[in-house]
Ligand binder design. Structure first.
Ligand code: GUN
Ligand code: FE
Length: 476
């Protein structure tokens, strides 16, 4: 691939590379990157790499490539409800909106239809890795895994564990059945998706999904902790400290625990591959536990606003060195797109800054707490941060040798048909120098983050394979 590349490098930095040459092998792994190659040098550089008759994909003027988005938290069966129920807070919303919809996924045909369109839309929105909650149903969740696998998305797919505080038509009858079905799903997904590349993890993987503490009895959480202990590489996902009433109810159900995080910790569910969604209202003690266990937080700002849950102080979490990624949390969140999560993460950080002007943490001046997140940090959260939260930072999140080529072709030209970005490329030729183009690329990235949408996502590559995007759709 040759052309404009945006590549995150840290929480506070990224590279803009207008003339980058990036090589991907047939297995979809990045072989090498030369950051700046002027066009007249291209053939020489390829020759020094021993490549003569190689196919170079030119990234056209008006497009750039960047690593794919990572959605660290979403609910595939809630997409049919998207944009409804905003009058509720969490517990009422679960009862009146969410559980009734999820119960419909007992019907496998309904599940197949819904999930086919859901996964397609999520891929075309630029999400190359997605952490999915299915429903309580084993069959329906296998169907979700099948669809994800057939579309070629990288994903973690989990079946919700729930054996209490759930409606009679949407609950598991016993701990044994809940655990058995979880084991069955793990086995099923493993046979579905074997990695053919020894150094890479399979594209689709199972994830243990105790929905949240409220819907799981002590003995269910204990059994899931044991299952997790026997499967150290299997990720775990759940919700934590999203809403004040939820926290209070959780405390009443687990009187032995010092706090919400202490419930999961007691049952050995907090570890370095655990993904905790929301974490809006966390005490210092809870954050210490999360940090010690090296668990990650999925920041779901759209949902946190929409369900009136609160504003998660993620700047503070970053200052503490806790891993943070972004989640859409559909349909608590009303958009399947990580772009929308980026926009709301920016606004959430500005709300924190507004509420605590000049505030810094006790011992050291803050880098992130109560300050607006920069474009660099937003980019990091949507890519490298998500990768770290998924415990896949060796494999995805940025362009680097040995990582998978999970990439988006972003079209900011008028041809993309998004009037919000019209004028970025107005037909005039791009400036000639690499330095001038770097400045331009910076502007493109910011405008794409705040005004872009799936019209601008021209191609989506996962593990080197073209699997989605606007031009892919036009051809398929
Ligand atoms: N807590 C437990 N289940 C859910 C859910 O489906 N969505 C959100 N936002 N929070 C939850
Ligand atoms: Fe959620």
């Amino acid at each position: 691939y040759y052309g404009a590349v945006v590549n995150p490098t840290s929480l506070t930095s990224y590279s803009t590379l207008p003339r980058c040459l990036l090589s991907v092998d047939t297995a979809g792994t990045i072989e090498w990157i030369v950051e700046t190659v002027e066009s007249h040098e291209l053939q020489d550089v390829l020759a020094t790499k021993g490549l003569v008759d190689v196919h170079v994909v030119e990234i056209p003027d008006g497009m750039f490539i960047m690593p794919g988005f990572i959605d660290t938290h979403t609910h595939a069966p809630q997409v049919p409800n998207i944009g409804t129920g905003g009058q509720y807070e969490l517990l009422g919303w679960l009862e009146h909106i969410t559980f009734p919809m999820e119960a419909k996924f007992a019907d496998s045909e309904f599940a197949r239809k819904a999930y086919t369109s859901v996964v397609r839309r999520i891929i075309d929105s630029g999400t190359t890795t997605c952490c999915y909650y299915g429903t309580v149903h084993l069959e329906g969740t296998k169907i979700l895994a099948d669809i994800v696998h057939s579309f070629g998305q990288r994903a973690f797919v989990g079946k919700c564990n729930m054996n209490r505080e759930s409606p009679p038509n949407y609950i598991e009858p016993s701990v044994a059945i809940s655990v058995q079905k979880t084991q069955d799903l793990i086995t099923y997904i493993r046979t579905l998706s074997k990695s053919s590349i020894p150094t890479q993890e399979p594209l689709v993987q199972p994830i243990i999904t105790p929905r949240f503490a409220i819907t799981c009895t002590d003995d269910l959480l204990e059994a899931l902790g044991e299952l997790a202990a026997a499967e150290p590489t299997v990720r775990i996902q759940t919700h934590i400290a999203e809403n004040r009433s939820e926290i209070e109810f959780t405390r009443s159900l687990f009187p032995f625990a010092p706090h919400y995080a202490g419930v999961y910790d007691h049952f050995k569910l907090l570890r370095k591959n655990t993904i905790l969604a929301h974490a809006v209202h966390m005490s210092n003690e809870e954050l210490d536990v999360v940090k010690t266990r090296q668990s990650g937080i999925s920041h779901c700002p759209t949902s946190n606003f929409n369900l009136n849950s609160g504003v998660a102080p993620v700047g503070e979490y970053l200052d503490r060195g806790i891993k943070v990624g972004l989640g859409t949390d559909v349909s608590g969140g009303f958009s399947i797109s990580i772009l929308n999560a980026i926009q709301n993460a920016s606004i959430a950080s500005k709300v924190c800054a507004f509420q605590h002007p000049g505030h810094t943490t006790a011992s050291s001046p803050s880098t992130f707490a109560n300050k607006p997140l920069t474009v660099a940090t937003l980019l990091y959260l949507a890519t490298m941060g998500g990768a770290a939260v998924c415990d896949l930072d060796n494999q995805i999140g940025s362009f680097a040798r040995g990582k998978s080529f999970d990439a988006l072709f972003i079209n900011v030209s008028n041809a993309a048909g998004n009037p919000s970005l019209w004028g970025l490329i107005n037909g005039a030729p791009l400036p000639p120098t690499t330095e001038e183009r770097k400045v331009l690329l910076d502007g493109w990235l910011e405008r794409f983050f705040f005004c872009g949408d799936d019209r601008n996502i021209d191609k989506v590559y996962i593990q080197g394979r073209l699997v989605g995007g606007r031009s892919f759709q036009a051809k398929n």
